[in-house]
Design a protein around this ligand. Structure first.
Ligand SMILES: Cc1cc2nc3c(=O)[nH]c(=O)nc-3n(C[C@H](O)[C@H](O)[C@H](O)COP(=O)(O)OP(=O)(O)OC[C@H]3O[C@@H](n4cnc5c(N)ncnc54)[C@H](O)[C@@H]3O)c2cc1C
Length: 470
């Protein structure tokens, strides 16, 4: 086992969270080393695949912090501590300005306020994965180069495995490099390994009985190493049950034209989703991220169809940025079309009488403005429920796409990891998708992966620099 030189800060993971922390720390004169398990120069991670929209709760990240804080509290149903909500609400804009000072360009790519701050160049408006030379890729290269320019180090092909702890303080990391274990001593360690979505065992434990039936809607590099090593060291975790993701055509499991976009969310959230018994099982009105989580929790996440009518298909179905109409059928995804609900049920292999009754019951509730009393209830104030009444009728077999896990190592507003008693663990930090207590809750509140990565990345570095100079 080798010992590597001592560092002021070790960062586990070279995504946007980790590299932001590293560059910010370098700006304060700290000696920084980033351990990245990917060995390729363009190692894959969610930050490279990202759509690049900086937002908070799908609002303009530059909006009034009080408005953003309220949006975080509503989306997460109060699960996020006020100090953490405040940090994201106030520092999202600071992250944008900081990136601009470093030369990052942003674009507004649609009239929606949500799209006011998108990393340039944006992804082209077409289905499928397209990351080379796009905003996330450009940003990672710039940040990686900045770390090195400041005198820091980025070691690729280095997989962190274990934290070195002494008397409750994190004093380093052990990592596997080319078949050898190396120990890195450091005054502080930032875990930024991108979550645990690609760890089937952890996903089975927390999210879905059938992890193999979820589509990895990202790079699939978040294997939960950080969560496991932090837990072993005594860290508390929060909100492991929720993930950020979307409803996808089931063929996305094997067809790369059908992920990460188009998503089925607008169809599923304006119409209904049903299980193998043709029964509704989710509050569709909470939106696609919520529905994807509900699908994942089913005994069989491959048992779901989105059901909608022609008004939905040609309305919300066309309104998304890269909409399901016509991109799902054009990309080879199944779209079942019938002139009656009974015929649609036969085509989809669903019990005919039950689907007819489910749709009738849903339609009556929509017409009477009583979707709250459906079982399960359906919210109508966020996304307008539309009746399924205008032929032709449609069904799409869907699956849940998991992009990143929302829960993780519980942190405070400085990205400090907290122990089982809620006390700061000296020397240990978590940022980005590795962190917990920032998103999720009963409504699966999506706050924003990039905002979370940037704000906690900045704040971890600033706290470490402050501790050093104190
Ligand atoms: C298709 C797609 C679209 C998205 N669009 C948006 C969007 O528009 N807006 C938004 O806010 N969010 C979006 N997101 C989410 C956002 O991109 C992520 O939340 C964010 O990039 C996460 O950054 P991160 O640094 O935490 O993780 P990552 O970027 O995943 O980086 C983690 C890094 O850690 C490395 N690693 C893992 N384990 C170890 C280990 N043991 N040792 C060393 N290294 C390790 C990995 O290889 C990886 O490089 C999108 C994500 C995807 C996939």
């Amino acid at each position: 086992m080798g010992i590597h030189a001592s560092w002021d800060m070790i960062v586990i993971g070279g995504g946007i969270a980790g590299l932001t922390a590293a560059v910010r720390a370098g700006q304060s004169g700290l000696r920084v080393c980033v351990l990245e398990k990917g060995s390729d120069e363009s190692y894959l991670c969610n930050s490279r695949y990202t759509g690049g929209t900086l937002h908070v709760c799908l609002r303009d990240i530059m909006a009034d912090p009080a408005e953003l804080r309220a949006a975080i509290e509503t989306a997460t149903a109060g699960q996020v501590s006020p100090a953490v909500a405040d940090a994201i609400a106030t520092d999202g804009r600071r992250f944008v300005r900081w990136l601009q000072e470093m030369g990052t360009r942003f674009m507004k790519i649609s009239p929606a306020a949500y799209h006011n701050w998108v990393l340039a160049p944006p992804r082209p408006v077409r289905p499928g994965l397209d990351w080379k030379g796009r905003g996330g890729d450009v940003l990672l290269r710039m940040l990686g180069a900045a770390v090195v320019k400041q005198g820091g180090k980025v070691i690729r092909g280095a997989r962190a495995r274990e934290l070195v702890m002494r008397e409750g303080r994190c004093i380093g990391v052990r990592a596997d490099i080319e078949g050898h274990t190396m120990t890195f001593n450091s005054a502080a360690t930032v875990i930024a390994d991108g979550g645990f979505q690609a760890n089937a065992e952890l996903v089975r434990e927390n999210i879905s009985p059938r992890p193999e039936r979820l589509k990895q809607r990202g790079a699939g590099t978040g294997a939960g190493d950080g969560l496991i090593m932090a837990r072993e060291a005594g860290a508390q975790t929060r909100g492991l049950q929720c993930f950020y993701g979307h409803v996808l055509s089931r063929q996305a499991m094997s067809n790369d034209d059908l992920w990460p976009v188009p998503v089925i969310d607008p169809l599923a959230a304006s119409g209904i989703v049903v299980d193998a018994q043709a029964r509704r099982f989710a509050n569709e009105g909470e939106g696609g991220v919520f529905i994807a989580n509900a699908i994942a929790r089913l005994e069989d996440p491959f048992s779901v169809h989105a059901i909608f009518d022609d008004a939905i298909w040609n309305g919300p179905g066309k309104n998304d940025f890269i909409p399901p109409n016509p991109n799902v059928p054009n990309g080879g995804g199944t779209l079942l079309v019938a002139n009656s609900i009974a015929e649609l049920a036969r085509m989809a292999g669903l019990p005919e009488a039950m689907l007819v009754s489910t749709v009738q019951e849903y339609n009556a509730a929509v017409v009477n403005g009583a979707t709250d009393s459906l079982l399960p209830p359906r919210r109508s104030d966020k996304i307008r429920p539309q009746p399924i009444e205008r032929a032709p009728y449609y069904a799409i077999p869907v699956c849940a796409g998991i992009t990143y896990t929302m829960g993780g190592i519980l942190v405070n507003e400085h990205a400090c990891a907290l122990d089982m008693n809620g006390v700061v663990m000296p020397g240990l930090y978590a940022a980005g998708s590795a962190s917990g207590g920032v998103e999720g809750g009963p409504r699966v509140g999506y706050v924003g992966g990039l905002a979370k990565a940037g704000v906690l990345g900045l704040r971890s570095a600033e706290h470490i620099a402050m501790q050093r100079s104190a």
